[in-house]
Ligand binder design. Structure first.
Ligand SMILES: NC(=O)c1ccc[n+]([C@@H]2O[C@H](COP(=O)([O-])OP(=O)(O)OC[C@H]3O[C@@H](n4cnc5c(N)ncnc54)[C@H](O)[C@@H]3O)[C@@H](O)[C@H]2O)c1
Length: 414
């Protein structure tokens, strides 16, 4: 039986789910086919992805494909209680309550796994962590799984190197139809959406420091520039740093950026990016947030240790008052700001990411049993298929190579 906060919120949740379904055409096309072909008939699927409306839609699509779906969140702060109730009311067993502590969160993950799934969808590696350790006994039926995000895939590859993957895993994040759009344009928009509505402050004219100029950081920096911010990039990779320079951004060390920034966004997937040494030199009322997967990029515990007082300044904004009177503001506890203090990526973006998830799961079923415990890339055909469906949904058509052109591109004689 589902574990959600309050079933009386179900109607509101169902409305949110209905809204996003109207803007996820690639997934709707897949749903129609799944409903006819039932690729997951007789299979159990556990999904652990931010429990909000777009994820709920993925759960429903898999259910239409014949799966028995259990769905839980991947971060208690991004769980939306109304969506959880709405989804539970639509027959998907749902486990998640907004804001619960680590033990309850893990209990929800374990509950979602307790039907002994054949397939899993993970976001950041929490399901794999349980199935590779304390809950290994629930993994006996596993055909494989999919991982949604960059950080999760880094961990899967580390497990692969040590030979301790619990099952074959698809690197969904690395598909073009995912990271080109989700990480860049999804994060780029939803991070600013969250910061702006949480703070009710202007971006134009502010100095915005973006730490990490990977796929996500490029989107965050691009949109900040578009809104009139003076953007500074901090990087550890010389090529990414050069790229940022050529896009017109200032590049410097965090030691220097810390002193001039008005807004800080970390999105590196690394830890300890902004530390007490940086807090010491920051401006009064600087805003700090993180868009990387885990809440270890901004050292919030270190900031708390420096502060003489801490107060709630607005919903989702904690002010840390330092001994000299300066206040540093942390949005969403230093967790993924666009989910902890926002609604996540736009529906049209998650349409593509979850289309990859749905087709990658189907691919795993087709290869069921025959795969090694490795990390697999999503096949190019899946990427191409989603790209074409998405273009068609936008009413766009593109040129096709002639056979002469194909020959020219693949040969050396001409
Ligand atoms: N907020 C979201 O909705 C969302 C969406 C997708 C991915 N993510 C997460 O965001 C993070 C980044 O993902 P990505 O796809 O951009 O990864 P990426 O590998 O493309 O980029 C990360 C960048 O950070 C840089 N970096 C690493 N350590 C650094 C440090 N200490 N200081 C400065 N720069 C550093 C790297 O050189 C790299 O250029 C991951 O944790 C990922 O899981 C979040």
């Amino acid at each position: 039986m589902s574990i959600v906060k309050d079933m009386s919120l179900a109607e509101c949740g169902r409305r949110k789910i209905a809204w996003v379904r109207d803007f996820m055409p690639a997934l709707s096309g897949i749903e129609e086919r799944f409903e006819r072909e039932k690729p997951f008939a007789g299979l159990r699927v556990t999904v652990s992805v931010h429990l909000e409306a777009k994820t709920a839609n993925l759960g429903l699509v898999l259910q239409k494909g014949g799966a028995e779906v259990r769905l839980t969140g991947s971060n208690p702060l991004s769980t939306q209680d109304d969506v959880a109730a709405g989804l539970a009311s639509m027959g998907v067993e749902t486990f998640g309550i907004h804001g619960v502590g680590p033990e309850e969160y893990e209990a929800h993950l374990a509950e979602a796994l307790s039907h002994r799934p054949h397939l899993i969808v993970d976001d950041g590696g929490d399901l794999v962590h349980l199935l590779g350790g304390s809950h290994a006994h629930l993994g006996g039926n596993l055909l494989g799984g999919c991982e949604e995000t960059t950080t999760g895939i880094l961990r899967l590859r580390a497990r692969e190197r040590e030979g301790i993957l619990p099952c074959p895993m698809m690197a969904v994040n690395d598909a073009k139809a995912k990271h080109y759009y989700d990480n860049k344009y999804g994060t780029g928009q939803s991070v600013w959406d969250a910061i702006m509505h949480t703070t009710n402050l202007i971006v134009a004219g502010k100095t915005v420091v973006v730490a990490g100029y990977g796929w996500c950081g490029q989107g965050v920096a691009l949109r900040a520039k578009g809104m009139g911010a003076d953007v500074v990039v901090c990087e550890v990779d010389p090529f990414k740093a050069l790229d940022a320079t050529m896009q017109g951004f200032r590049v410097m060390k965090m030691d220097d950026a810390a002193r001039i920034g008005d807004v800080f966004v970390t999105v590196t997937g690394c830890k300890g990016v902004i530390t007490p040494a940086h807090f010491a030199g920051m401006k009064h009322n600087a805003l700090l947030c993180n868009a990387g997967h885990f809440d270890c990029e901004v050292d919030v515990a270190g900031l708390a240790a420096m502060a003489v007082k801490r107060e709630l300044r607005r919903e989702n904004i904690e002010g840390y008052i330092l001994p000299d009177g300066r206040v540093l503001n942390v949005i969403g506890e230093g967790r993924l700001v666009n989910l902890a203090a926002g609604n996540g990526h736009p529906a049209e973006i998650m349409d593509m990411s979850f289309a990859v998830q749905a087709l990658a799961l189907e691919w795993l079923v087709r290869h069921g049993g025959g795969l090694e415990k490795r990390v697999y890339n999503v096949p190019d055909e899946i990427d191409d298929q989603i790209g074409r469906v998405k273009l068609a949904a936008l009413g766009l058509s593109i040129d096709a190579l002639t056979s002469e052109q194909v020959e020219y591109l693949n040969g050396w004689k001409a």
